[in-house]
Every structure is written in C-alpha cells, then in structure tokens.
Design a protein around this ligand. Structure first.
Ligand code: RTP
Length: 155
C-alpha cells in the first residue's frame, strides 16, 4: 500500500489570478477533491514575470506570450499538486478545452469561464511537464506524503 502511494501519478494544477479574484478557489478545489484525487501540496503566491516566463517557456514564440506572462504574474495564483490514478489526463478533462468558448458544459472552464485569455486554471499536459512544473513551483519538502482515509474506498 505504501509503495503504491509512492508511485501514484501527480499533476500540477494552478488557479490563475482571474480564478482567485473571482472567488472560485473552493469551487475548483472541490471538483478535484470530490472526484477522489488527493491534494499533496498547495500555496498561494504572486509569481514574478520571470517566473511566469519560466512556467510558460514552451510558448515563448507565441504572439500572446508576453500578455500571458504579465497576466499570470498580475496577482495571487493558487499552486497545487494533485495525486491519483490517471490524474494528469483526467485532470485536463475536468478542466476542459483551453478556449472556454469550446469547453464542454460540466467542465471547469465550460461552466466558469468565457474567453481563452481568462480561462481561470492551468493543468499539466503530460507526465514530463507535470514533473517539470511540480519541480518549478514546489520544493520537495512542500509535497506532503500521507495516507488519506478515503483512498481505501476509492481504489
Ligand atoms: P494550460 O496549459 O493553461 O492548461 O492551457 P493549455 O495547455 O490548454 O493551452 P496552451 O496552448 O498551453 O496555452 C496556455 C495558456 O495560454 C493562454 N492562451 N491564450 N490566443 C490566445 O490568446 C491564447 N491562447 C492560449 C491560455 O490562458 C492558455 O491556458
């Protein structure tokens, strides 16, 4: 059981400044929590512009890169690590398509956002980015290892 927990998949999820300002933290956290995923790290931080550029380094060449980094660094971001079987891929499903005008109703963006530049949440798009983003946003000691009582009912 312990070894199983140690190998469990993890993803990086962030509520962007628009989601925090709009009071959507509890709504978003509860969707991951009720699904059955386990919260292993969480903190509220205002990233610097340089930090935002590091986070979005893959998008450097895109025309919206500068505006996107200005936006991410404009206020508090709720950074989190969630753990569970298939959490990277299914977390993206809970979040919905990048452009909220195309996200399915029922998804976080589909229910709670309207335009792509204010899509309230970020989720890692694969195992490599998940690993890199968790390492960028968190110190290893900030990742809390514990056994949740719910786990024996979820798995
Ligand atoms: P995320 O990483 O934030 O979950 O988003 P994603 O993979 O679904 O989308 P990606 O293409 O990686 O874009 C990252 C973020 O850039 C903003 N964006 N703006 N045309 C635009 O103005 C535009 N396109 C993308 C969005 O905030 C998107 O989440």
């Amino acid at each position: 059981q312990e070894a199983h927990a140690a190998e469990m998949e993890r993803t990086f999820i962030a509520i962007k400044p628009d989601g925090v300002q709009r009071g959507l933290i509890s709504e978003i956290v509860s969707r991951f929590e009720r699904k059955g995923y386990k919260l292993v790290a969480i903190k509220l931080i205002v990233p610097s512009k340089e930090f935002a550029e590091k986070h979005y380094h893959d998008l450097k060449e895109r025309p919206f890169f500068n505006g996107l980094c200005d936006f991410l660094s404009s206020g508090p971001v709720l950074a989190m690590v969630w753990e569970g079987e298939g959490v990277i891929k299914y977390g993206r499903k809970l979040i919905g398509a990048t452009d909220p005008s195309k996200s399915e109703p029922g998804t976080i963006r589909g229910n709670l956002a309207v335009v792509v530049g204010r899509n309230i949440i970020h989720g890692s798009d694969g195992p490599e980015t998940a690993k890199d983003e968790i390492a960028l946003w968190f110190e290893p000691k900030e990742l809390v290892s514990y056994t949740s009582n719910a786990e024996k009912w979820i798995y």
